[in-house]
Design a protein around this ligand. Structure first.
Ligand code: HEM
Length: 403
């Protein structure tokens, strides 16, 4: 039977970010769908069941288009002008596009972002990791995020794309501000800074291409088609933003979980072939992208007997889906042998383009870390992460003792 939920809107604020599973557990009692009010006051439908999340991620009626999305956010916003994050120009990338536009953009980027190119990066990723661990070695205590989890992905993505590493402070700061849509920040001004920076960089690549990915993207054409300059800017913004914060949190979350499970830590040291399985289990337990990017209903959509009317915002909690007890029984331990069911790289046409790269970075980092620091421990056994106030799941400090 179909019903429309009118009441029962749940507020999502600081307490939620500190411990979302407390909320998911309670919400699940009423089914796989809940209405939530995000910190900006805008009400969204949130899908928390695994099967419903997987289906919704691939449902063409649950749409993506940045102009329509921003219009809906403004319409539903209590002040009529909610902070939407990146400017429409910057956010007009393939993660905010439906087919056939998405298909065209993904085809153009996939010609450059190839499995071969990513695999060829392995020796460089190993070298960067070794250098970062060398810098940590000799100290008793370090912040693991600062020492490895943060710099490794940013160095790798800069190298892959051909973005000057010395510019990282600026674009990291800008992309974080736009991703979190922090209400205290003038996101329009930050978007302009980011667009202008990327415009200059890409014009230089077009004029004098190197052998990096962005030079390829800026000059390559497939079947006579090529990315325009505004498309190139939006695509580069997407690749930069998607390519570093996610891997940072994957590496940070994994080390946090490993250090809490000594038995798993020792098992991994004894048998490093199990590291890729651990990476998958960490992805399941704490997905770096906690909620997939916001979508909207293009028409009325029924989910688990509830009708979401056309023109409403829909979020999909990958975090809740991965912990759906109907699919995976809850466990406090790291399971290393199984192939855990998770949606942490999304599903459907927007499945993560960088999944291979993210896994590679994580597996190289864990292999070297376990080899070198067998006595690695949390500096404070009672450490609790300061979870980011964001739908990205991670934290920015993890003090560890190396020996
Ligand atoms: C390491 C951990 C990573 C995780 C957990 C992750 C997760 C995700 C998720 C969940 C999506 C789909 C979002 C949605 O449907 O709303 C996505 C898309 C995407 N990711 Fe990743 N990602 C990771 C690493 C990377 C890296 C290293 C790159 C490299 C640039 C990257 C590039 C992208 C791109 C371009 C998309 C959009 C794909 C499309 O719209 O067709 N990701 N990622």
């Amino acid at each position: 039977m179909t019903q429309t939920i009118e009441t029962g809107i749940e507020d999502v604020g600081a307490d939620f970010f500190a411990d979302p599973h407390k909320y998911y557990g309670r919400w699940r009692e009423n089914g796989p769908l809940v209405r939530v009010r995000r910190p900006n006051g805008v009400v969204h439908w949130l899908i928390i069941g695994y099967e419903e999340a997987r289906t919704a991620l691939a449902d063409p009626r649950i749409r993506k288009n940045v102009t329509e999305l921003y219009e809906i956010v403004r319409r539903l916003s209590p002040d009529g002008n909610s902070n939407v994050g990146a400017s429409e120009a910057l956010a007009s990338h393939m993660l905010n596009a439906d087919p056939p536009e998405h298909t065209r953009l993904r085809k153009l980027v996939t010609r450059e972002f190839t499995g071969r190119r990513v695999a060829a990066l392995r020796p460089r990723i190993e070298e960067i990791t070794r250098n970062l661990l060398d810098d940590m070695d000799g100290k008793d205590e370090v912040d693991f995020i600062e020492g490895l989890a943060a710099p490794l992905p940013i160095m790798v993505i800069c190298e892959l794309l051909g973005v000057p590493f010395e510019d990282r402070d600026d674009f990291q700061k800008w992309s974080k501000a736009l991703l979190d849509a922090d209400p205290s920040i003038d996101t329009a001004a930050v978007s302009t800074l980011m667009s202008e920076y990327l415009g200059r960089l890409l014009a230089a690549k077009r004029a004098e291409p190197g052998d990096d990915l962005l030079s390829g993207l800026a000059t390559d054409s497939a079947d006579g088609d090529q990315l325009s300059m505004p498309e190139l800017i939006a695509m580069t913004y997407l690749l930069l933003a998607a390519g570093h914060e996610t891997a940072l949190h994957l590496i940070g979350n994994a080390v946090y979980l490993m250090l809490q499970d000594r038995e798993a830590f020792q098992a991994l040291r004894a048998d490093p072939d199990r590291i890729p399985a651990m990476t998958e289990e960490v992805l399941r337990q704490i997905p770096p992208v906690g909620w997939a990017t916001t979508r909207f209903t293009g028409e009325d959509v029924d989910i688990a007997g509830v009708t979401i009317p056309a023109g409403e915002l829909v979020c999909i909690s990958l975090d809740a889906a991965n912990h759906d007890p109907a699919v995976t029984p809850e466990t406090p331990r790291l399971h290393l042998a199984e192939d855990p069911k998770h949606l942490s790289f999304g599903h459907g046409v927007h499945f993560c383009l960088g999944a291979q790269l993210g896994r590679l970075e994580a597996n190289v980092a864990f292999t070297q870390l376990l080899e070198r620091f067998g006595d690695l421990r949390l500096a404070d056994e009672a450490f609790t992460p300061a979870w980011r106030m964001s739908f990205m799941r991670g934290f920015t400090s993890l003090p560890v003792r190396l020996r």
